[in-house]
Design a protein around this ligand. Structure first.
Ligand code: ZN
Length: 233
């Protein structure tokens, strides 16, 4: 039976070869999501070692938070950009789980994560979710949740505005556009109120979106918020 499984696995690999999310080369048997070259060259930020990192600085003055970090640096036309693009637009949510597990292992070194009660992904609007089929940040949260052994929650935050043409707006317009984009959803059924939420997103750019979502959690739950993203642009 085992031999037959291996046979089918091999055949499937020939018929539908798995490709690297970073460089599109065909993955070899032991590789998963990323080839060893892309894995080796991932531009890790090392934010977990530095509380005054660039992501934290980006959020200073926008919202009150305990700790903020991004896993990777995103530059134009880079492998990180390709990875994020496939996670978001190419029906590959498993990339999010993979990266979440990877970053979770790294974050275990940081004592802050011991204080986190729940992981909350930044929601996308229900219309976008229906169209895309999934929320990419939720899959990153699933991976983090597995590695850190902390539950995740997708019910306490809702996206109320479907922000579509962000790219055509100026920086200030964008800030206004996201300020009211989220709503806290009061919890029912005797759920315990968390003291410390780890809010997660795919990419931080201006920080306005994350700050708006974090503020809703702070106001709604009276909790401390820490923030983690896959990449910073
Ligand atoms: Zn690769």
């Amino acid at each position: 039976m085992y031999k037959l499984d291996r046979y089918w696995h091999g055949l499937l690999h020939i018929l539908f070869p798995q490709r690297c999310a970073g460089c599109d080369t065909v993955l070899i048997h032991q590789e998963h999501i990323l080839c060893s070259t892309c894995l080796y060259h991932l531009p890790q930020t090392d934010h977990h070692k530095d509380t005054e990192n660039e992501t934290a600085k980006q959020l200073w003055g926008k919202v009150k938070f305990q700790y903020a970090a991004s896993m990777l640096t995103l530059s134009k036309s880079s492998r990180v950009q390709r990875i994020i693009h496939q996670l978001k637009y190419d029906q590959q949510p498993e990339i999010g789980i993979y990266l979440g597990k990877m970053y979770g292992e790294i974050l275990l070194e940081n004592p802050i994560v011991d204080r986190v009660d729940v992981i909350v992904p930044i929601p996308i609007h229900s219309i976008k979710k229906r169209k895309r089929g999934y929320n990419q940040s939720e899959y990153f949260a699933i991976g983090l949740s597995e590695a850190l052994n902390i539950p995740f929650d997708t019910t306490c935050l809702k996206r109320t505005v479907n922000s579509v043409s962000q790219t055509r707006k100026s920086r200030i317009d964008r800030y206004d556009n996201v300020e009211n984009a989220f709503a806290f959803v009061p919890q029912t059924g005797g759920k315990q109120t968390p003291n410390h939420v780890l809010l997660v997103d795919d990419v931080i750019t201006t920080g306005a979106t994350i700050a708006a979502a974090a503020q809703q959690l702070i106001d709604g739950l009276g909790c401390t918020v820490s923030i983690v993203t896959i990449a910073r642009a």
